[in-house]
Design a protein around this ligand. Sequence first.
Ligand SMILES: [Zn+2]
Length: 327
Amino acid sequence: MARLFLIAGHGAGDSGAVGNGYTEAERVRTLAYRIKKLGGDYVTLADTSKNWYKTAGINTLTIPKDWQILELHMDSGASSAHGGHVIIKQGYTADKYDNALAKMLKEILPGRSNMIVGRGDLANVNRAAAKGYGYRLVEFGFISNANDVKIFNSRLDEIAKGVLKSFGISVAEDEPPLPKQIPGNPVNDMLLYYRAHCQGVGWLDPVRDGQVAGTVGFSKRLEAIMIDLRKVREKYPDAKLSAKAHIQGIGWVSYDNVEHDTVIGTVGQGKRLEAIELELTGVPGKNIYAQTHLAKFGWTGYIAGGYTSGTVGIKTAVEAMRLKVAQ
Ligand SMILES: [Zn+2]
């Protein structure tokens, strides 16, 4: 089993290729987060806020020599061009990881006649070779091809697992079960306050414990939410909340230590919030639950902390949210 060092291509203002309503930088980050989530400690995710090409980060990178670097990209070209492939340093022989990745891509994202290509003109390929690191760059299909994008989005988990399998990393136990949902109205005895920032409305008044933040039936996107844990902390001083929001055109953004004035999402940018993941610690025996009202779909069930409520990859706005702390 290898240890994987994962670089998401582009970023830091560079969208990479654009097509079919998506940017390469956002899509490869979404894939990178999924690989990291399923691969756990065997995967080290390189700082996704950085552009690893422009900052030449590999030149100053120090990782054990037996780790393997994988850089994620998507191709662009004529709208009919499709299929994924693996790029390695020109003159090198493909190793078992390259071959396994090529096999997986041929099954899931077919179209290229040469599944493994040697290149001498790519900066990160050369930088990694100069440092003696095992490295390959994978183009996960063409973002300019509608069908490749459809495959990428709908089979994201399979691709993420295929990557991990290619490096001998097992995912079976790490794969999260279906989100835990609680029917009806869970018992709760805490005062969790939260408020939504909505399209054309701005910040709405705070609500609490299962009340609706945002709007239902007005087709207004929810753009941001603030969650106030201060009442919870009166009972559980160690209560700590972290959050991840999937934001239109940006992708996943993490908020490590959410305070009452932490803006989860964006304000003034006209961007919809698409999904949220919350994680509450320091409250023994209880979890945080989020229910989202999605454009076109309506209410989801209550989703337990640590799982995604909302959608990724289908451009659907969260319009309202209910939160509660419960058993
Ligand atoms: Zn690229």
